[in-house]
Ligand binder design. Structure first.
Ligand code: SF4
Length: 507
């Protein structure tokens, strides 16, 4: 019995048929399913006395314009015969004594290729979420909750983005049952590009959806920062020269001051006698001007003047001196002039400076949430591909085997195992499923040369053509559906040929 079943209330595999119920063996839960009903995951049902995969097997069609030369033209502008049997709707190999559900042979540019497809059960998977925002979402390592359950944590803040790490073995299988279920629900929704509500301990509430702007404490985030405060000064100091006496770019990471900054110095910007309350790193660059928060430039402040100390008249401060303060996204901006007591007084924002704020805004990219599914194709999954599973790992690491998730290219981590990451927006809709062990189900395909496949100990007798798959389907009796591949994804067999060429060049 697999480790998957250990924490789920399952039972020993009994008869294949009990009264009118059939046993599904596609995961360790081993549901007994009555005629006309589906099992606990809704992926398999008992229809006509057969365990049936409820969704169709999805075959992707990669369009390509018919080339002018080198091939016979059949009269169509678009050649749609570049098919790829994806693992979506394929079914699983679990338990692993049997070959993957589909092993498909195809010849591409004179190269004989094989694609092995299966819906992998990932009980040790997670997602990495990148949220483009200046706002402080919560302290690093803070617990991230969904429906009140811990599903992950806040990890590093990168340039203009806050990273979350959700799922993984400790939340999926290591906590309470409820924690595992909610984690699985959250990962599934995120991978299928649905919105998910998250709350961060000691921080913000979020709505996260792959490919959409984040909603932070009820407010839709619009823009990703152009850079830190110092970088912003570097980019735009020239445009501000002659229009204003001082510019402060307020930022939680590095607040920049143009008169002191190297970028100001090289264009001869005069001193202004300004003082910034914060930790001076290098000239014109300040750390820790305020606590992080949801205010100006990712700080907690709503009044930018809070970060200023008294002005120094011996270093250039004088009545009438003008100053613009702006955030790294250009969303917050204000204009001040010093009065007779060298106190900054808010004034209407001058027309002459509006263009420079717009320039910051124009240089900001739209804020998005990005979701990467991270999974490890474990030994059991690999056993459905080749008889000696470690051979598959080595061939993936050696670029002999090209891995895709629902036809989307993946990043395979160096080091042991087959740990991969895929951008869920490149995977066709509703490609991910779940089983209540709990675990996520993700399509995975391995494409490699037929001779390599056979030398790795592949299941030679199981190789079929695409036409045969379309005509006869597989052991789970489901329909076949042809659909357009996600634009931008390469046709995996051709991508494999490219990878093989590259590998030969490197060798
Ligand atoms: S949960 Fe789904 S895959 Fe697992 S045994 Fe039940 S119907 Fe089959």
């Amino acid at each position: 019995m697999s480790e998957l079943s250990e924490r789920f209330d399952t039972h020993d595999p009994g008869e294949k048929k009990v009264a009118e119920k059939l046993r599904c063996d596609a995961c360790p839960v081993m549901c007994y399913i009555a005629e006309g009903r589906t099992g606990a995951c809704d992926r398999y049902g008992n229809f006509g006395g057969r365990i049936t995969r409820c969704d169709p097997l999805r075959i992707l069609e990669h369009d390509r314009l018919v080339p002018f030369e080198g091939s016979e033209w059949d009269g169509n502008l678009v050649n749609t015969r570049r098919r790829f049997v994806s693992a979506m709707g394929a079914g699983t190999t679990y338990p692993d004594y049997k070959p993957a559900p589909f092993i498909v042979g195809q010849e591409v540019e004179g190269v004989d290729l094989v694609t092995v497809v299966t819906e992998g059960i990932f009980s040790y998977c997670g997602v990495k979420v990148k949220i483009d925002t200046d706002r402080h979402l919560g302290p690093e390592t803070a617990v991230v909750r969904a429906q009140g359950e811990a599903v992950g944590h806040v990890t590093t803040a990168e340039y203009g983005s806050q990273m979350l790490s959700l799922g993984g073995v400790h939340h999926l299988t290591g906590g309470s049952k409820q924690e595992g279920r909610v984690t699985c629900d959250t990962l599934l929704a995120l991978c299928n590009r649905e919105p998910v509500e998250l709350s961060i301990e000691g921080g913000a509430s979020l709505v996260v959806q792959a490919g959409q702007p984040p909603i932070i404490d009820g407010k839709v985030e619009q823009r990703m920062r152009v850079g830190c405060g110092s970088a912003t000064i570097g980019m735009f100091a020239k445009q501000w020269s002659g229009l204003v006496d001082e510019v402060v770019v307020v930022d939680d990471h590095i607040t920049g001051v143009v008169s002191e900054h190297q970028a100001g110095k090289v264009i001869g910007w005069p001193d202004t006698g300004i003082r910034i309350v914060g930790r001076r790193s290098t000239p014109g660059r300040y750390f820790k001007v305020a606590e992080p928060g949801l205010g100006w430039g990712g700080t907690a402040i709503e009044d930018p003047l809070q970060i200023l100390g008294p002005w120094n008249s011996t270093k250039g401060a004088r009545p009438g001196l003008s100053m613009m303060m702006v955030s790294t996204t250009g969303e917050q901006f204000a204009y001040f002039e010093l009065d007779d007591e060298l106190k900054p007084v808010p004034k209407p924002f001058p027309e002459r400076l509006k263009k420079s704020v717009e320039l910051i805004e124009q240089n900001c990219e739209p804020a998005l949430c990005t979701v990467l599914f991270v999974g490890g194709a474990g030994g059991s999954l690999r056993a459905g591909v080749v008889e000696n599973p470690v051979n598959l790992t080595r061939s993936v690491q050696g670029l002999q085997t090209y891995v895709t998730v629902g036809g989307a290219p993946v990043y395979v981590w160096p080091g042991g195992g087959i740990t991969l990451m895929v951008d869920v927006t490149r995977v066709p809709a509703n490609a991910f499923g779940y089983v209540p062990t709990p675990a996520l189900v993700a399509p995975i395909e391995f494409t490699l040369r037929r001779d390599d496949y056979l030398s790795l100990g592949g299941y030679a007798g199981e190789i079929r053509t695409v036409e045969d798959v379309l005509a006869r389907g597989g052991e789970y009796w489901n329909a076949r559906a042809e659909e357009a591949a996600s634009p931008g994804n390469p046709w995996p067999p051709e991508a494999q040929v490219e990878v093989a060429r590259l590998a030969r060049t490197i060798r």
